[in-house]
Design a protein around this ligand. Sequence first.
Ligand code: ATR
Length: 285
Amino acid sequence: MSVSPPSDRYAVFGNPIAHSKSPRIHAAFAEQTGQRLTYEALFAPLDGFAAAIAGFRGEGGRGANVTVPFKEQAYALSARLSARAEAAGAVNTLAFDADGIYGDNTDGVGLVNDLAGNLGLRLADKRILLMGAGGAARGVVLPLLEQGPAELFIVNRTAAKAEDLVAQASLLASRLDSGAATPARLSAGGYEALAGRHFDLVVNATAASLAGDLPPLPAGLFAEGALAYDMMYGRDTPFLARARGEGARGADGLGMLVEQAAEAFFLWRGVRPATAPVIALLRAG
Ligand code: ATR
């Protein structure tokens, strides 16, 4: 009688974590690709993230996703980092191997793949407005720039934070030898700087939707055929309602969630799952 080897173990760590959709997403990927693995949602105490990761590794865990509020701690914990994790200053995917902890960040590519693949938006030559300058925004600046938009404007309530983000991204882009971050292409300001301007893509990376708030966007911001993208998912937000009211197309962040998971799955297993059926599965409830 043959005994099958134990499944490889993966998990997502967060606080809170109970409502995470990641276990369902990775179970669907594993089934679809015939990979033997388990994936669970694990709660880590606010002061106990490193210990939780060490414990999981000690029990044979092969890799983990990391969500709010631990992405910066995961960055600090990583012995080696991908270029995109370094650029983001945050890690959402850990892989454990003999060389220790490897940290990656798949959020940016998740957004870009959702926009380009699922939503059919070609980002080259588009005018993009990114709202917010916190961790969520920082993770997507370089991946968006790499698509060669005509312009990326970062707007934030605290304008200085958006300006810092631009300075940081420009430095990184020059180090990566990318001509994408010229001042004409990448700039920042407060919401008052948006008056009279038009964008083809507006990405909401603020925490405003969580609180049911709408950042102070001027009327007429959305260009003809524009897409409004809210990184939040699971509920209609004031931002998406406003965008629809102005005739723009709207999308929530569910596709980005599935795409960042697919990229993590690929890192761990070397197999790329199809995302569209999993997005459809989650949309069906
Ligand atoms: P995250 O890691 O999710 O990005 P964060 O680092 O706390 O969280 O950043 C939250 C972002 O949402 C910030 O850009 C914040 O603006 P400030 O830097 O000015 O605080 C933005 N934000 C939060 N609530 C907002 C609101 N009601 N209107 C506009 N921006 C808001």
